[in-house]
Design a protein around this ligand. Structure first.
Ligand SMILES: *[C@@H]1O[C@H](CO)[C@@H](O)[C@H](O)[C@H]1NC(C)=O
Ligand SMILES: *[C@@H]1O[C@H](CO)[C@@H](O)[C@H](O)[C@H]1NC(C)=O
Ligand SMILES: *[C@@H]1O[C@H](CO)[C@@H](O)[C@H](O)[C@H]1NC(C)=O
Ligand SMILES: *[C@@H]1O[C@H](CO)[C@@H](O)[C@H](O)[C@H]1NC(C)=O
Ligand SMILES: [Fe+2]
Length: 474
């Protein structure tokens, strides 16, 4: 009897947490626009007016806690000024910071002058205006700093992956901007410029920088790399991985004591965000492995209740595309994700949407014989949002039958939002691009793994005491 009551209690609580066991494969088939890149002369890639006017403006968090921003941009004609003027009221820039400028070649392609400028010592929850460039060609933008790192501060993140530069990408970007989220967690594969050859690779990095500027100049995008950033081009003598990406996109990796811009962590509002590189060594003894082991001990759930991990290659995904490519990272890191109660892991790579239940497969090793993921309340939710809309098109073939761990899957373009309410609750949405209109499709309440579980444990204890009393008195 006690056993029965217990089992039904556990079953009931898991349903309440959005864990009903039957997954959904959505039959919705999006009538997509052709997966071709927007032509070069399209206004989405418009070059700003004026001699040497700054273009491809983008910002990212510049420190561990959210009181610094890195402003980056490209000047096409000459190096120009690397200064950012900034202040808290429009047109009154009382402070200034000096950045660096560099240029690079990729085959025959010669880049413009790439500026990165760290703007630090900012106040929390403050709107800053900033100006870059000089004279008639200068340009002004603004951003808002996040609230101080505290456990109950609300914050809204957007999650975008595998964006590219097609009309579907544009639709995703515009829908994302309507969501009023405050920061993008980007899960890799930015421009898809590597699909071009020779000088066109650099050219398509430039168009992508201009394409996303309407968002990236005003709010931080937290960058992560994918396979399309590797750019291994022996045919034109370019064999050093991530060259274009590392020149153009910076990350605050030193602030989390990482030894590489490709993996790092930040704290923002009530979230601790860990960025992992699927295409850098991560097995035991490698720098990334050692760094993650240390970073996980720095996570303080009393300060940042939400622990979010970003990677490019999904660990749980049942699409035919890139099937099991994430398995090697699962073997190395899954037990840590469970031990440290990661709330949610976002990945891209597969060009379709999929969400898992809380599952793990840590019992599986080459002698155990156990080889199927099992429900695991301590495990993260795994979400794949590689559906930004790039030129490779959708990955529409899912494995059949849908595995038990898969909660929802659909081959449509879109983006996600994660709206943190307080230390226990966050509201998650996946928003499908439905032929130009934004449609919220998959949504659920994400209960915090650290605070939610403590609460549940107390409830369970209370419940068991009552049952034992009842059994004893009957
Ligand atoms: C950078 O630009 C300068 C001209 O300002 C040029 O002389 C130099 O070759 C460029 N370097 C690279 C790596 O393209
Ligand atoms: C990084 O290391 C330095 C020196 O050991 C230390 O002072 C700093 O607190 C560390 N940063 C983090 C985020 O742990
Ligand atoms: C592998 O599985 C066996 C059998 O279940 C277990 O005894 C052993 O501890 C496992 N090894 C590791 C490294 O997990
Ligand atoms: C946290 O947010 C949820 C959803 O908005 C709400 O129901 C709950 O009462 C909040 N908890 C606290 C402690 O404020
Ligand atoms: Fe990818």
């Amino acid at each position: 009897m006690l056993h029965f009551v217990l089992v039904s209690f556990v079953f009931f609580t898991s349903i309440r947490d959005g864990c009903a066991r039957k997954g959904v494969t959505s039959s919705f088939v999006r009538s997509e626009w052709p997966s071709v890149d927007i032509p070069l002369d399209h206004e989405a890639f418009a070059v700003p007016n004026g001699h040497n006017a700054p273009q491809q403006v983008h910002i990212t968090q510049g420190d561990y806690e959210g009181r610094a921003v890195i402003v980056s941009w490209v000047t096409p004609d000459e190096p120009g000024s690397s200064h950012v003027q900034f202040g808290t009221s429009e047109e009154k820039f009382h402070a200034s910071a000096k950045g660096t400028v560099s240029n690079y070649t990729l085959g025959e392609y010669k880049s413009g002058y790439i500026h990165h400028c760290l703007v630090e010592g900012l106040e929390h929850s403050t709107k800053y205006y900033y100006r870059i460039g000089s004279g008639d060609s200068s340009r002004e933008f603004w951003f808002e700093t996040p609230p101080k790192v505290e456990p109950d501060v609300p914050y809204k993140f957007g999650i975008i992956g595998d964006l590219g530069q097609t009309f579907n990408s544009l639709s995703t970007l515009e829908h994302y901007m309507e969501s009023k989220a405050q920061t993008v967690l980007f899960v890799g594969d930015l421009s898809y410029a590597d699909r071009y050859k020779y000088s066109d690779v650099g050219l398509r990095w430039d168009t992508w920088g201009r394409f996303v500027e309407k968002s990236t100049a005003y709010q931080p995008w937290i960058w992560n790399t994918g396979n399309h950033e590797i750019e291994y081009f022996p045919y034109m003598g370019e064999v050093v991985p991530f060259k274009s990406y590392l020149q153009r996109y910076t990350t605050p990796y030193l602030a989390s004591n990482s030894s590489s811009p490709l993996w790092y962590a930040i704290r923002r509002a009530s979230a601790h965000i860990i960025v992992l590189s699927s295409y850098s060594p991560y097995v035991k003894y490698t720098p990334q492995y050692k760094w993650l082991a240390e970073e996980l001990t720095r996570v303080d759930r009393e300060k940042t209740p939400w622990l979010i991990v970003l990677m490019h290659v999904p660990i749980y995904n049942s699409n035919e595309a890139h099937y099991m490519e994430g398995e090697s990272m699962r073997v190395v890191f899954e037990s840590w994700f469970i031990k440290y109660k990661v709330d949610v892991i976002f990945a891209g790579h597969v060009h379709a949407y999929e969400r898992s239940y809380r599952v793990s497969n840590t019992d599986y090793n080459i002698t155990s014989g156990m080889r199927y993921p099992v429900a695991d309340k301590s495990a993260p939710v795994y979400i794949t949002v590689g559906d930004g809309g790039n030129q490779e098109g959708l990955a529409s073939r899912f494995r059949d039958p849908q595995p038990e761990y898969s909660a929802y899957r659909e081959a449509s373009y879109g983006h996600s939002t994660l709206e943190i309410k307080n230390r226990t609750h966050a509201i998650y949405h996946w928003n499908r691009n439905d032929d130009g209109k934004k449609v919220s499709t998959d949504s659920f309440i994400l209960h915090n793994q650290y605070w939610g579980n403590n609460r549940r444990r107390r409830k369970l204890k209370h419940f068991l005491l009552k049952v034992i009393e009842e059994v004893a008195s009957s």
